[in-house]
Design a protein around this ligand. Structure first.
Ligand code: CTP
Ligand code: MG
Length: 238
């Protein structure tokens, strides 16, 4: 089978929603916190459901929320064929649980934070297209507005990277599936999947991200997301 044929097998998406949301402190896991009356996870899955080429979806949730008929699931529509699995204590373990539940025939895998619940579908499309064009790993990123300092344990600045070379990265992060499986087999934990793939020596490409893919982390972020939802989508139905 040629690569061109292999490239048509389909996209798998792992949506990680198993975090506790300690920094938001809402009393329920962050992905189940309401945004405009529906859980963040519901908003995220609405977009995943319309990404072209997706054949398999794994939704990773806290172990005590596996029952999708439970009250916190109200307002969440699972994409057709999606499976729901329990996450782990660290994000990396949750991603691994989702990967294990995806259809193994997928040749492209995306990993997406439920907390980036307003990520537009065109970000997913850009990431998939770049993987299909040959990149081992692809992350959406946006320019950094602050000057960033590298500091040592005592807080002393050790370097100031040129801002023009920095990107704040988002999700979905996309990979050739065998590359991400290898990266997770290494057993190392990281805050993003691309770091695991970089550690194996693969090139990871940054494509254009979107301000709406910002991660809901704090109460201010949730309020910001509420404001974004109140603004009509350019070109969309009003
Ligand atoms: N996540 C996960 N499993 C974990 C930790 C995080 O599935 N053990 C998911 C979260 O649900 C979220 C994404 O990874 O969608 C990004 O993590 P983060 O923003 O850190 O969310 P939380 O860990 O829930 O928040 P906090 O760190 O404030 O507790
Ligand atoms: Mg966390």
């Amino acid at each position: 089978m040629t690569d061109a044929h292999a490239a048509s097998r389909g996209v798998g998406v792992v949506v990680v929603a198993a975090g506790s949301g300690a920094r938001l402190g809402a009393g329920v896991p962050k992905a189940f916190v309401a945004l405009a009356g529906r859980p963040l996870l519901g908003h995220a899955l609405d977009t995943v459901a319309v990404v072209p080429g997706v054949v398999s979806v794994a939704v990773v949730v806290p172990a005590d929320l596996l029952d999708t008929t439970g009250p916190l699931w109200s307002g969440v529509s699972l994409p057709s064929g999606a499976v729901v699995v329990a996450g782990g204590a660290e994000r990396t373990a949750s991603v691994a649980a989702g990967l294990a539940a995806l259809d193994p025939s997928c040749d492209v895998v995306l990993v997406h934070d439920a907390a980036r619940c307003l990520t537009p579908v065109d970000v997913f499309e850009r990431v998939v297209a770049a993987v299909r064009s040959g990149a081992a790993g692809v992350v959406p990123g946006v320019p950094v507005v602050d000057t960033v300092k590298v500091v040592d344990a005592a807080g002393v600045v050790t370097s100031t990277p040129p801002r023009g070379s920095l990107r704040a990265v988002q999700t979905p992060q996309g990979f050739r599936s065998e590359v991400l499986l290898d990266a997770h087999a290494s057993g190392v934990a990281a805050t993003d999947d691309a770091a695991l793939v970089e550690a194996l020596g693969h090139d990871v490409l940054v494509v254009e991200g979107d301000a709406r893919a910002h991660k809901v982390t704090t109460a201010d972020d949730l309020a910001h997301a509420e404001r974004l939802l109140a603004v009509p989508t350019p070109g969309g139905a009003s």
